[in-house]
Structures are given as C-alpha cells and as structure tokens.
Design a protein around this ligand. Structure first.
Ligand code: IMP
Ligand code: MG
Length: 197
C-alpha cells in the first residue's frame, strides 16, 4: 500500500512511516532484551489496537518470552470516560511470580493501563512494566509510569498500524493524523461522536 492508496486519503498528515516505526521498534526490542537478560517475561498484548505493534516488537526481542492477550473496553460514551474499564478477554494463564510487560498501542488518559496494572499486580506478578507505541502525555488523567515509549504524539486523533477510528484504519501501514472531515462525515451519517470532542 503506498501513499496514493484510498486509506491514506483520509489522513491530514503521516506522522510515522513504516521505516520510522520499524527502526524505533527494533531499538525498543534491543532495550527490552538487555533489560530482561536471564528472565523469561510474559508479553501481554492489549487487543485490538496493539496487535500489529506487538507482532513486530516480539520478533525484535531475543529472550525466551511467552505471549498472552487481554481485551478491554471503557464504559460510557466516547466523550465522557467514567474511568471504569471492562475486561472483555482475560489472560489464559497465571502470571503469579512472572515478569509482565503490558503492550499497548497508545496511552491517552492512562485509565485503561492504570486499571490493568492494579489487577495484574493484585495477581502477584513479580514485576510489571508498560510498553507503548505512542504516548499522548498531554491528555493524562490517571497517574501512570510508562516504561517504554516509541513515540510521543501531539493531542490529535491518530490512526493506522493497529489504531482505529470506529474500527477502521487498523490496516493502514503507517501512523497518521485522521482528517477532521472524516469524523465530521461520520457524525452526520450516524450521529457518531467526534473523538475527544
Ligand atoms: P486511555 O489511556 O485509557 O485513555 O485509553 C487508551 C485507549 O484509547 C487506546 O488503547 C486507544 O484504543 C484509544 N485511543 C486514545 N487515543 C487514541 C487515538 O488518537 N487514536 C485511536 N485510539 C485512541
Ligand atoms: Mg487500545
């Protein structure tokens, strides 16, 4: 897929190209490999957004790691977050005594990870660190330490490389800012709310 593809026409601008994503992910993989020498961490992918990032990242980590998956959704409307997170899919195996790395696509308010961190520490994880492709620190509400970050993004709605708007654009191979005319059109069509409005 190149820049004249249909999906790219809905972007205001491209923030990170395939090459920039892969370079940063390879560096992060090396860092995690160094930091977890002698350990066998459990890498947890938070579905669905982190799935593309997760698949690329774990292939850059030279450790005998294991993988597992979790899925969440937040209660309430898209504009007013209640801070409560609903667990839709839980881990398959116990993480008691394990070194856990939670892998997310983007940290926004921090509520999702704050909630997941509490749950997993409560289950007796030996350690827990947070890994994210993108960080949007300007919107943070919940206190949260993010241990590994590929890129810091401005306060704009971004899509691609796993991140969606209304479940679309996850297959866009690069990360970009969604053109506001897209959510304006979606709003008109079915009364959907603009993100962060
Ligand atoms: P929070 O940190 O609990 O507010 O939620 C983070 C989740 O909100 C992410 O996992 C995304 O699913 C979603 N999200 C936040 N900002 C964006 C964005 O700019 N584009 C797409 N999804 C986003
Ligand atoms: Mg997500």
């Amino acid at each position: 897929m190149n820049h004249d593809a249909l999906l790219f026409q809905d972007l205001e601008s491209v923030l990170y190209t395939r090459e920039q994503l892969q370079t940063s992910i390879a560096e992060m993989g090396k860092r995690i490999t160094r930091d977890y020498q002698g350990k066998s961490p459990v890498m947890v992918c938070i579905l669905k957004g982190a799935s593309l990032f997760f698949c690329d990242l774990i292939r850059e980590i030279d450790l005998p790691l294991e993988i597992d998956f979790m899925a969440t959704s937040s209660y309430g409307s898209s504009t007013i977050s209640s801070g409560e997170v609903k667990l839709i899919k839980d881990l398959d195996r116990s993480i008691h005594g394990r070194d856990v790395l939670l892998v997310e696509d983007i940290v926004d308010t921090g509520m999702t990870l704050n909630y997941l961190k509490k749950i997993l520490m409560g289950r007796g994880a030996a350690s827990l660190r947070i890994v994210t492709l993108l960080d949007k620190p300007s919107r943070r509400v919940a206190p949260l330490t993010v241990d590994y970050i590929c890129f810091e993004v401005p306060d704009a709605f971004v899509v691609g490389y796993g991140l969606d708007f209304d479940e679309k654009y996850r297959n866009l191979p690069e990360v970009g800012i969604l053109s506001p005319r897209v959510y304006a059109a979606a709003e008109k069509e079915k009364g959907a709310e603009a993100p962060h409005s």
